[in-house]
Design a protein around this ligand. Sequence first.
Ligand code: GDP
Ligand code: IMO
Ligand code: MG
Length: 427
Amino acid sequence: MSVSMVLGAQWGDEAKGKVVDLLSQEADIVARFNGGDNAGHTVINQYGTFKLRLTPNGFSNPTTTCLIGPGVVVNLATLISEIQTIAAAGIDLSDRLWISPRCHVVMPYHPMVESVYEMAKGNASTGTTGRGMGPVYADKVSYNGIRLVDMADENVFGEKLIVQLQVKNALFKAVDLAPLDLRTVMAEKLAEYSQIKGMVRESFGLVQKALKDNASILLEGAQGSLLDNTWGTYPFCTASTTVSGGVTAGLGIAPKWINRVIGVAKAYTTRVGRGPMPTELNDATGNVLQNEGKEFGTVTGRPRRCGWFDADLVSFTARLNGFTEIALTKLDVLDSLPKIKIGVGYHPRGHEAVQSHYWEGDAHWLEGYEPEYVEVEGWMQSTKDVRQFKDLPLQAQAYVHRVEELVEVPVRLVSVGPERNATVIIS
Ligand code: GDP
Ligand code: IMO
Ligand code: MG
């Protein structure tokens, strides 16, 4: 039996999609347990290139069940278009995709409420993906959410929607936005629901049976640990629990079942949206990382901020999640750099003798600190075709070992290109 989690160790976009794709070839179930269509997981497989927002990344294996767990919030239009894209590649998911009826549904007012807040905050805005994540999770925890199970009964759905539109439209009126029309929203959402209702099925039994049968379950985290709503750089974070503990509530798997927690970390750091990023590079090296790594947001197309690997952050997320191993991705992006720095901690600006760590303060605190670095030699040659660790340039091997030492977790996979086979497995 194996239950493995794949989690982002940084601020998202660490190449979880690629790692999950590799592992899904052996998985009976691949499940999402958090987030929504703010995620964008790129996978390149035998059917083409896909940028998955909601569908768990197990569709290329015909024997894998894909499960959208109850902790996920669902934008029906996104999900339908994704199912259609996958169908166009010749894969029918109707028997293999399970969507928990407990999932909360993103309604048209959620992105609107989000944009009201983002605009009101101005320069202090989070810089969200605009998918309504904050408001839909806020409605969930304040008992105002609408779940898929509610949509199965038109009367229940209608009653809930009336209350929500009363309150939300009052807000829209106050900020000069056009109110939403009950009939229009209801008709649109019910039409969408009718297209996926055959896949909406309670998943607790499926998961418990799989555990009992010693099946292989792969849990696909979305976002990254530093975007976690509690442990991330709040309020520059996301609305869900992105860390390993989130799987208990988000999928219904008790902690005792998890045997592998794979932290996916880029060999450098990126971040989309606002908030502190101590090792950010606003210089020519930052441009190299952005261009070589093609660092543009999968969901919004925004350029990703780029900087050196921050070992202080990843050693924090390693302990927070209990990583059993690291998958170090995009090593090839560093191929042309003569010298490479690694962040190893912080000190308050102007007080170099005081050593500090990420977990000692919040996002505001971190703005007043600057990183400390160690510098290592680059390898100045392509790693893209390397498939065995011993064939990596010695400086690249040393870089991987340095990351292991600093993070105190073994690196078991190194990725040197976006394709499935551009991978070095370290046994
Ligand atoms: P995710 O959200 O964590 O799944 O990551 P994204 O898909 O948003 O971003 C990762 C990007 O890096 C995608 O465009 C991948 O195709 C690409 N990628 C993945 N692994 C590698 C790698 O090892 N090297 C390079 N150069 N690109 C990679
Ligand atoms: P994947 O799963 C990178 C960021 C947004 C913003 C903050 C809040 O592809 O790694 P939200 O829309 O969630 O309310 O935005 O979180 N963010 C991500 N950054 N990768 C993601 O997902 C992200 N999902 C959200 O840019 O800073
Ligand atoms: Mg992404």
